[in-house]
Design a protein around this ligand. Structure first.
Ligand code: CMP
Length: 137
């Protein structure tokens, strides 16, 4: 069993896609272990996206990710890290597989609906940023 970190971004919340995305995750057989809705501060967003801080698209990413409510989640399941990435589809929704979440609902690389950890190491780091040990049993 693996745990991974998933975040519904402001566009997913704004477009009322939470229920659809959550039911896909549940229907897949994953367990939603922890969940919180919040508006990220600049500091939180910089910590979360620390490997992108120097990238040219970072100012746009920072503005977007702090622009509205996000939903932080810990998802558990067999091979959940790779499995959630597959459910998301490619970062650019125009290249994402048709049946994936981004392939179904997305149209922009910067407002791409959700984030999921790209490795077990990132999952551990990101889960620790958002949740305490006590919250993720
Ligand atoms: P995410 O999976 O959350 O991880 C990093 C994010 O940076 C990514 O999704 C995109 O939302 C964003 N991103 C990556 N490349 C670009 C880009 N070229 N322009 C704007 N945003 C980008």
């Amino acid at each position: 069993m693996e745990k991974t970190f998933v975040m519904l971004k402001p566009d997913a919340v704004e477009r009322n896609l939470m229920g659809d995305i959550l039911s896909r995750i549940e229907n897949k057989g994953y367990r939603i272990v922890a969940m919180r809705m919040e508006v990220l501060s600049d500091d939180q967003a910089k910590k979360h996206y620390e490997e992108h801080v120097e990238k040219p698209f970072f100012p746009e990413l920072l503005e977007f990710i702090t622009s509205g409510r996000v939903v932080d989640m810990v998802i558990e399941g067999e091979k959940a890290v790779a499995g959630m990435r597959k459910m998301l589809g490619a970062t650019d929704p125009n290249e994402a597989e048709a049946g994936s979440i981004r392939g179904t609902f997305g149209f922009s690389k910067s407002t791409n609906l959700l984030h999921a950890s790209d490795s077990l190491e990132s999952a551990k780091r990101e889960i620790d940023l958002y949740f305490t040990e006590k919250e993720i049993f």
